[in-house]
Ligand binder design. Structure first.
Ligand SMILES: [Fe+2]
Ligand SMILES: [Fe+2]
Length: 190
């Protein structure tokens, strides 16, 4: 079995954090469905996590560095796995934008928006969970097999740089703290 390399290993670790957020999101969606109040400060934290940690950082590392390296190594973009991953990132972005709008309406007192928020979150959770499985089981093993040690080190360094530029290490810690705080709040009541 191919040993996973540093770059894909880092992305897989981030997937674990994202999966934890997906479980929190599911609990939030269930609250919306039951017509319970959802803490708007939590919703803001979740939206920030989805747009900064998931999209700008994690998807940024994949789109700007991993996917181009795989294309150079012969993996297909259009009509191939990279094209599929890119279109799923795009669908995720659109869903987060719709969720942001729904949260804005919810904050202004429109409680009828809860049903829409429930549907958007469900769609996002299904999309991202399946996306992560595809990357972990198909795309990353492909990367581990195709990219040599030097390319792997180059990617890993580019990831670190992107993260420092986009969020800084303090913010990364803050996101983990947020994850655990929300997890304590939403998982115990399930
Ligand atoms: Fe991805
Ligand atoms: Fe990913």
């Amino acid at each position: 079995m191919e040993i996973s390399k540093k770059a894909t290993n880092e992305l897989k670790k981030e997937h674990q954090g994202i999966e934890l957020m997906l479980r929190i999101l599911q609990a939030v969606a269930d609250k919306f469905e039951r017509g319970e109040k959802v803490n708007t400060e939590h919703l803001d934290g979740i939206l920030e996590f989805l747009s900064i940690f998931v999209d700008k950082c994690h998807h940024g590392k994949e789109e700007e560095f991993l996917f181009p390296a795989l294309e150079d190594a012969g993996v297909l973009n259009t009509g191939g796995p990279i094209g599929v991953m890119l279109s799923e990132h795009e669908q995720g972005r659109k869903l987060v934008a719709r969720l942001k709008d729904a949260v804005t309406s919810y904050k202004s007192g429109d409680n009828a928006i809860a049903a829409r928020a429930y549907l958007i979150i469900n769609e996002y959770v299904v999309l991202l969970s399946q996306h992560i499985v595809k990357e972990n089981t198909v795309l990353f093993p492909m990367a581990d097999a195709k990219l040599n040690v030097a390319k792997d080190a180059e990617l890993f360094k580019a990831f670190e740089q992107l993260e420092n530029e986009r969020i800084g290490s303090g913010k990364h810690e803050e996101f983990h703290e947020l994850l655990h705080r929300l997890n304590d709040k939403y998982q115990e009541r399930r």
